[in-house]
Design a protein around this ligand. Structure first.
Ligand code: NAD
Length: 250
């Protein structure tokens, strides 16, 4: 495998994951994807190499962790240019109904797994003068009811991004992208038959629309570029301006 420009993307079969796979392949990267499914299948772009792994189990089962990380390291070999921690688990429930299992799964998949993958691949990232990109969320800063577990995990991911950037310095850059609503197939399907609600969501963003998965991917391509070597510890808002908007009646 050509490891000179290797990208590892978790959650590669999801809405944003597929856009990431396409963009990095188009930019000349060899892409290794990870996701829950046993095999990578369509529709949409698929990575050149695929690892089926449960990132929740990676955090809770030491034997599974060792085997999985060894498998990842064997595939990556010497150098990794970019690790994109994109997979996430989202539980939407009122506080009273959030179970301990909901809480742990969310923090494990969204925070601990990115930590463990980064830790396991540090030498390969450093060898490539590479970087880590954590896909966080606007929920790391602004949130709404029933998102306590998810919002807490994304806030922690932003804290981890800064802390790792400070510790790793010039060795490995670590940045985060914070999207607001992105028009993944799942999000669009959620508004099926409710065009007014979809339009209302779009109108809440100063740019008058919600984001596209390709815009998240484009941001990651820029962040991975050596020419942005001064950028580390950053949390990039990709939110159509909604995070700057004051909800006063006008
Ligand atoms: N879509 C949005 O509006 C939006 C907005 C802000 C942030 N994000 C973030 O973008 C990233 C991608 O989200 P998406 O919208 O593409 O979601 P998605 O649900 O389409 O994709 C998430 C992927 O993560 C994988 N995954 C979940 N649990 C896993 C586990 N235990 N082990 C391995 N893989 C697992 C899923 O199988 C799925 O393919 C996430 O980090 C999400 O929090 C999305």
């Amino acid at each position: 495998m050509n490891t000179s420009k290797l990208a590892l993307i978790t959650g590669c079969l999801g809405g944003i994951g597929r856009a990431l796979v396409q963009a990095f392949a188009d930019a000349g990267y060899t892409v290794i994807g990870m996701d829950l499914a046993e095999a990578a299948t369509g529709p949409g772009p698929l990575p050149q190499h695929y690892i089926s792994a449960d990132l929740g189990k990676l955090c809770t089962d030491a034997a599974y962790r060792d085997t999985t990380l060894q498998h990842v390291q064997a595939l990556v070999q010497g150098q990794l240019k970019v690790l994109i921690n994109n997979a996430a688990w989202q539980v939407v429930k009122p506080i009273e109904q959030l179970s301990a299992a909901d809480w742990m799964q969310t923090q494990n998949v969204n925070v601990m797994a990115p930590f463990l993958l980064t830790q396991a691949l540090l030498a390969q990232l450093e060898a490539a003068k590479g970087s880590v990109i954590n896909i966080a969320s606007i929920h790391g800063q602004l949130t709404k009811p029933e998102f306590v577990a998810y919002a807490t995990s994304k806030t922690a991911l932003l804290g981890m991004t800064r802390a790792m950037a400070v510790e790793l310095g010039a060795r490995v850059r670590v940045n985060a992208v914070c999207p607001a609503a992105i028009a993944t197939p799942m999000l669009v399907a959620g508004f099926d038959g409710k065009p007014e609600a979809y339009q209302q969501l779009a109108d809440m963003h100063p740019v008058g629309r919600i984001g596209q998965p390709q815009e998240v991917a484009r941001t990651c391509i820029l962040l991975a570029d050596d020419q942005l070597g001064f950028m580390t510890g950053a949390s990039i808002a990709l939110d159509g301006g909604i995070g700057a908007r004051l909800h006063d009646p006008v």
